[in-house]
Design a protein around this ligand. Structure first.
Ligand code: DP6
Length: 335
């Protein structure tokens, strides 16, 4: 059985642990999956049961600033607040445990995150990706993009996709050591493509993605069907992106999210992330589509919705969803 430490050893075996840049800093965007990851072929290494496809959220994400400290424990500051003794700090410590080096090193890690925490907005994706990018700068490891993606995955599966901007595909891989499971860029720049964040709930979710996935795998009678469907759906979603076929992409992404949530609902006891507001917004999206507006939704492990549309419809979208935050993933980033 391969462990996280084995993965780290493989990738960092000839690397130096000399600090080359004090207070090393790095930014990683959050990402929204259009073809979802929900289920693992290996829980220790966060190896997914199916490939997934996402869009990175440009300037919505996390900046990590990291340095070593002489204290015998790590120090975490998240959005200007010291964080210790809770589940967030425990998860960060566990991740940093993988990167202590030959003479155990502790860190001060500051995170500036500009999306709500754990409300189904993929904050763990951008956090773990920004940490590994910052460590890469701290020690000047000069890791390759796929190596960074593998190391980010050890923190959170979806973080594998947050190493890059734009449309990204995360391969499930087939190797037991997971060294073939990393994310790569889908080579397309689709300037008109927009994502709208409809955030009506910023409270932390009751069931984390990790727990929710485990519970679905263990108890849903439809889990095997979901995995089969998700494997095929990811390929179809990728090809709709490559063809820039927005209607097809929207339909496929919406069905993918709905199928993931149906699978969760079939777990015992069911996992339900939607609230009345979620259902009302879904209803509104469907009604608007009937009037000819090309808008689709996707939903992750939380009640909030993400809308998919093209920039030509931006004004109508703003009129119908007054609190929406619009992201143009291909503006302000160079791919
Ligand atoms: C619904 O990446 O948070 O957002 O690997 O256990 O950390 P762990 O799970 P995580 O799960 C994300 C689930 C999702 C779908 C997706 O982003 O693909």
């Amino acid at each position: 059985m391969f462990t996280k430490n084995d993965t780290v050893k493989c990738i960092l075996h000839n690397k130096n642990w000399k600090i080359t840049e004090k207070n090393a800093q790095a930014y990683a965007p959050s990402n929204i999956a259009l073809a979802k990851y929900w289920g693992k072929r290996n829980a220790e290494l966060n190896l997914p049961a199916n490939p997934s496809v996402s869009i990175s959220l440009a300037d919505k994400g996390a900046t990590a600033i990291i340095n070593t400290i002489p204290d015998p424990q790590d120090k975490f500051i998240i959005n200007q607040k010291n964080v210790f003794g809770n589940k967030h700090s425990a998860r960060l410590t566990q991740y940093l445990d993988l990167f202590r080096g030959p003479k155990p090193q502790f860190y001060q890690l500051e995170l500036q995150v500009n999306i709500p925490f754990a409300a189904g907005l993929a904050s763990s994706a951008c956090i773990f990706a920004s940490i590994i990018l910052a460590l890469n700068n701290l020690y000047a490891w000069q890791l390759k993009t796929h190596e960074l993606s593998i190391l980010a995955r050890l923190g959170s599966g979806s973080a594998a996709r947050s190493i890059q901007h734009g449309f990204v595909e995360w391969d499930k891989g087939i190797r037991d050591d997971g060294l073939d499971s990393f994310a790569t860029l889908i080579p397309i720049r689709w300037s008109e493509f927009c994502v709208g964040l409809c955030i009506f709930e910023t409270k932390e979710k009751a069931v984390s993605s990790r727990e929710g996935m485990q519970h679905t795998e263990a108890t849903s009678p439809f889990y095997a069907d979901w995995v089969e469907y998700a494997n095929q759906s990811a390929g179809e979603i990728k090809s709709a992106i490559l063809q820039q076929d927005f209607l097809r992409l929207g339909e496929l992404a919406e069905t993918n999210a709905a199928t993931m949530h149906s699978t969760m609902l079939s777990a015992n006891p069911p996992i339900r992330y939607h609230t009345q507001q979620t259902l009302d917004h879904i209803q509104q999206v469907k009604k608007l589509r009937q009037t000819g507006l090309k808008v689709f939704y996707t939903q992750d492990a939380g009640p909030n919705l993400k809308l998919l549309f093209l920039s030509s419809d931006m004004e109508s979208i703003k009129q119908h969803f007054s609190n929406i935050e619009i992201i143009q993933p291909f503006h302000a980033v160079s791919l």
